[in-house]
Write a protein that binds this ligand. Sequence first.
Ligand SMILES: *[C@@H]1O[C@H](CO)[C@@H](O)[C@H](O)[C@H]1NC(C)=O
Ligand SMILES: *[C@@H]1O[C@H](CO)[C@@H](O)[C@H](O)[C@H]1NC(C)=O
Ligand SMILES: *[C@@H]1O[C@H](CO)[C@@H](O)[C@H](O)[C@H]1NC(C)=O
Ligand SMILES: *[C@@H]1O[C@H](CO)[C@@H](O)[C@H](O)[C@H]1NC(C)=O
Ligand SMILES: *[C@@H]1O[C@H](CO)[C@@H](O)[C@H](O)[C@H]1NC(C)=O
Ligand SMILES: *[C@@H]1O[C@H](CO)[C@@H](O)[C@H](O)[C@H]1NC(C)=O
Ligand SMILES: *[C@@H]1O[C@H](CO)[C@@H](O)[C@H](O)[C@H]1NC(C)=O
Length: 501
Amino acid sequence: MTVGSPGMLLTLLLVLGGRILAGLETPLADSYRAAVYEHNVSFPRHRDVVPRLEALQLMEENLGKFDEQARQAAQQKAKIIVFPEYGVYGLGWTRQKLAPFLEYIPDPAGNPWNPCDNPNGFVSAVQTLLSCIAKNNSIYVVANIGSQQPCISTDKSCPSDHVYQFNTNVVYDPRGIFIARYFKYNLDSVEMQYFDRPPVVNHTIFDTPFGRFATVCSNDILYKEPTLTLVKTMNITNLAMPAAWKEELPLMSAIEFHSAFAEGLLINVLAANLHVVDLGYYGSGLYWPTGTSINASYFYDDDPYSEGSLVVETLTPSIIPSDVWDPPQFTENKRFAPRRLVNNAEQSSLTHKIKINGDIYTAKVFKFGEAYSANVCQGSLCCDADFEGGASGDMFAFGAFEGMHSGNNSYYLQSCALIKCAGRTVESCGQPTKHTSTGIDKMSMSGNFSYPYQFPEVFTVGDHPEIVTQIWYYQGSVIIDVGLYGDLLTVAIQAIDYSRQ
Ligand SMILES: *[C@@H]1O[C@H](CO)[C@@H](O)[C@H](O)[C@H]1NC(C)=O
Ligand SMILES: *[C@@H]1O[C@H](CO)[C@@H](O)[C@H](O)[C@H]1NC(C)=O
Ligand SMILES: *[C@@H]1O[C@H](CO)[C@@H](O)[C@H](O)[C@H]1NC(C)=O
Ligand SMILES: *[C@@H]1O[C@H](CO)[C@@H](O)[C@H](O)[C@H]1NC(C)=O
Ligand SMILES: *[C@@H]1O[C@H](CO)[C@@H](O)[C@H](O)[C@H]1NC(C)=O
Ligand SMILES: *[C@@H]1O[C@H](CO)[C@@H](O)[C@H](O)[C@H]1NC(C)=O
Ligand SMILES: *[C@@H]1O[C@H](CO)[C@@H](O)[C@H](O)[C@H]1NC(C)=O
């Protein structure tokens, strides 16, 4: 089990950070304790259309575990807890099989409703249990359930059975009052077989004494609507994200990308994932930017016999709100000159086509010596990297990609990535691996990105794979000046163009 804690970094970075921040008078927002629960969801025992009572029994089994975790989170003084997407009934549905698990969920605006106190009117057992979990433990609860919303045929998107089935996030305040509802907007191709895309996107925010939150579901963060609009125009500083996020190394592992997203947009991210290791779902955490770097507390365990886990941590909100942050200018002298190149052959113009997370990168491939310096371009993007460390002989690829990301989610991506290859052959580069023995002492990476939103990630292996916290991140460049904790798997900057989707 890995519960990550911030690395041992590092006086130099903190000093630099202090200087960068000096002069900005932005007051520090209040810190608060938050929890996410990575849940080993109980699936239905068989896959027929079941009666409502049987559906409810399964959901009560999962919600019983939620209640226990909410109690533990509250005992540890958490003010909010987030549960995963698909956390009450599991994965793998058809429209008909899912129906008994769904409830009508009213609009919380206008008519305050406390299901725990007033569980009447319509089928609402799941909503009642969630509301009671919030009330009994005096904690904000963010959960993901399924809803069934009647529609009329004059509504052009209304399905032929006259009900929408929406993948829905619900939020209850510590009194149990239902305060927010979000219908997931960016469904993947599998979900579209049993859930509908809402006809209009909703931007769901809720205010708490400890800050303004928005809620979205996993792959929503790859799209402008609703996520970027929420962050950029609605003053949110916290994102509560129920997720069902599949591990996709090298670059899109849950903890790796969710932490990069928090750092890139300078918001706190509370991401709760499923713990279904044999299907590839795991990795949950709390991520908060510290201005020039990320801080995180997370759970990441790929042992198929492992249990889920609760993560509780105090989030120190970003010192620099995203709308105020005026990035300091990049100064050349912060870069370092590598001692010497391993050999000239590796600086040659020879490039390979390497497939990373479905995209074909233009890459240079090399065995790690003591120092390395490389430049690689694709389209209008050029990436530079310099680094020094212990000679390991591990094979690495350093690549650039620009274009439409291919996969279940489509978005325009520019990416500079240094990845450890799975083996010692060029063909192995881009295949997932968690093994490396390459320590890096110094490094800088940069790219001349034209896409405005950049997500820096650094993923290493200590006792387990882990996020590096408190790296120095700066205007499209990642610079690590002092010894990086653990051995290196990935350093990357991914940039998304949200305006072209
Ligand atoms: C979005 O949600 C709010 C609150 O639930 C509701 O009042 C509003 O009508 C919704 N808007 C849309 C476009 O669905
Ligand atoms: C909430 O507390 C009440 C009273 O102690 C108890 O009857 C109920 O079962 C609890 N509900 C949940 C969901 O924990
Ligand atoms: C966001 O904050 C700005 C400045 O305080 C304010 O003018 C604006 O109305 C706020 N927007 C929303 C959606 O709350
Ligand atoms: C990072 O998190 C740790 C643990 O909560 C905390 O001790 C440290 O002060 C945090 N650093 C910053 C810069 O927020
Ligand atoms: C996960 O949940 C399933 C279903 O409840 C159970 O069979 C399995 O033993 C659980 N796994 C672990 C590691 O506890
Ligand atoms: C990035 O640098 C390369 C090489 O100097 C140049 O050809 C390209 O136009 C630059 N791209 C952008 C977006 O400035
Ligand atoms: C798309 O999703 C399906 C189902 O989860 C998965 O089997 C497939 O590998 C994914 N495709 C890509 C390119 O990621």
